[in-house]
Design a protein around this ligand. Structure first.
Ligand code: TXA
Ligand code: MG
Length: 363
């Protein structure tokens, strides 16, 4: 029956998680679900293991990665000079989609911090991530984990997205016991955890220069600057108001292969018609716009509120990339502050597509 099947599933998942923890302890790579996006994890205290992340992603190795820790982890082990504001945010939002940038402890490898004197740390809320972090090194370890995608690509929000990214399709669904495929000669074990509930990467707030620069919002996300201000009494500023930093603000895009461009609601129907009249194949991602029904599979509708939109946007970008359109038009979402995380990711996904409409429409 359903109940005993669920128990059997739980037992299989426990075995998968235990096996994944052993893979990590041996210096291997494990892709695991978090509530934001799937991460590609390695032992944060093993530089050779962290190097494999960069190799698998094809990512420049001066980019810092976030360290993921278990609930109740000893913050003082990982970071130093911890301001009260950091402990308040941990108490308020962990486990959850908030990354804190703090001064790193001396044993954090350069490969994790990108050679900076700071490190990003967060405790994710997904039950599989928590179980993995609790099993890994008896809950005292940290997992360096960027999003589990090739550098510059759209972040994965399902295990299938991860398998697609690293061409792991011969790995059995939900199984880590099959023969793992390789990416650049590397084994990647994938843990199944359903669709990530938040859907965009964690909010990043830099508290490492709190006394001189105040809190700095390096990446907007599900947890808003306003929510942070409600806890610490200071509103995180946008990064350009602070001293220039090497990372976090990088324009590295979350981009499909198909060019992406934003179009205002009022211009959407006309733009589609004009492009089609010139023979262009068009895909559209809208929110609650009722038009464009004739686009069929080349159209995705997302909820007209930021939480549901964030949940669906990366999968929508991936799906619209697959229909092999010439251009993906995204109906511009509202610009209010609760849409900041979504608009930040969309701005990055249009990176490199400048002038794409003009190119088609001038032909
Ligand atoms: O939601 C998330 O944060 C996901 C999941 C897997 O936890 N992870 C994620 O990692 O988005 P990644 O590597 O794709 O993005 C990490 C961001 C980068 O923009 C990086 O530059 C910034 O965090 N970052 C990490 N350490 C930093 C540091 N010490 N100083 C400034 N920025 C840092
Ligand atoms: Mg990423």
């Amino acid at each position: 029956n359903a109940a005993s099947a669920a128990v059997a599933d739980d037992a299989a998942m426990d075995a998968d998680i235990a096996a994944a923890a052993r893979v990590l302890e041996a210096g291997g790579l494990v892709a695991f679900p978090t509530e934001t996006v799937y991460g590609l994890g390695a032992d944060a205290e093993n530089p050779a293991a962290v190097a494999r992340i960069y190799q698998a992603k094809g990512r420049p190795n001066d980019h810092p990665v976030i360290v993921h820790v278990a609930p109740g982890a000893d913050l003082d082990y990982w970071v130093t000079d911890i301001p009260d504001a950091a402990r308040q945010l941990v108490a308020a939002f962990w486990p959850g989609p908030l990354t804190l940038i703090l001064k790193r402890a001396s044993h954090i490898p350069d490969a994790v911090s990108g050679g900076q004197d700071t490190v990003g740390i967060r405790c994710p809320a997904h039950p599989v991530a928590i179980a993995l972090l609790s099993a890994f090194k008896g809950g005292r370890g940290g997992l360096a984990a960027p999003s589990a995608n090739k550098f510059g690509n759209v972040s994965p929000t399902t295990a299938q997205h991860v398998r697609d990214e690293f061409h792991l399709d011969d790995v059995e669904e939900g199984s880590i016991s099959g023969e793992p495929a390789c990416s650049a000669g590397l084994h990647v074990t994938v843990l199944e955890g359903g669709a990530s509930q938040v859907g965009i990467e964690s909010t990043i707030v830099d508290l490492s220069r709190l006394a001189t620069h105040g809190p700095v919002l390096l990446r907007p996300g599900h947890i808003t600057a306003r929510q942070i201000a409600d806890v610490i009494g200071l509103l995180p500023a946008a990064p350009d108001q602070a001293a220039p930093r090497a990372s976090g603000t990088l324009e590295s895009h979350y981009a499909p292969r198909t060019p992406v461009t934003m179009v205002a609601h009022a211009a959407l129907a006309d733009t589609v018609a004009q492009l089609q009249a010139r023979g262009a194949r068009v895909a559209v991602i809208g929110h609650a716009c009722d038009a464009m029904v004739d686009l069929g599979d080349s159209r995705r509708l997302l909820p007209a509120e930021p939480v549901g939109y964030a949940y669906g946007i990366y999968a929508a970008l991936r799906e619209m990339d697959l229909v092999k359109a010439d251009v993906i038009l995204v109906e511009t979402p509202p610009q209010s502050s609760d849409w900041l995380g979504v608009n930040d990711r969309l701005r990055r996904s249009v990176f490199g597509s400048t002038g794409i409409l003009a190119r088609f429409l001038s032909e």
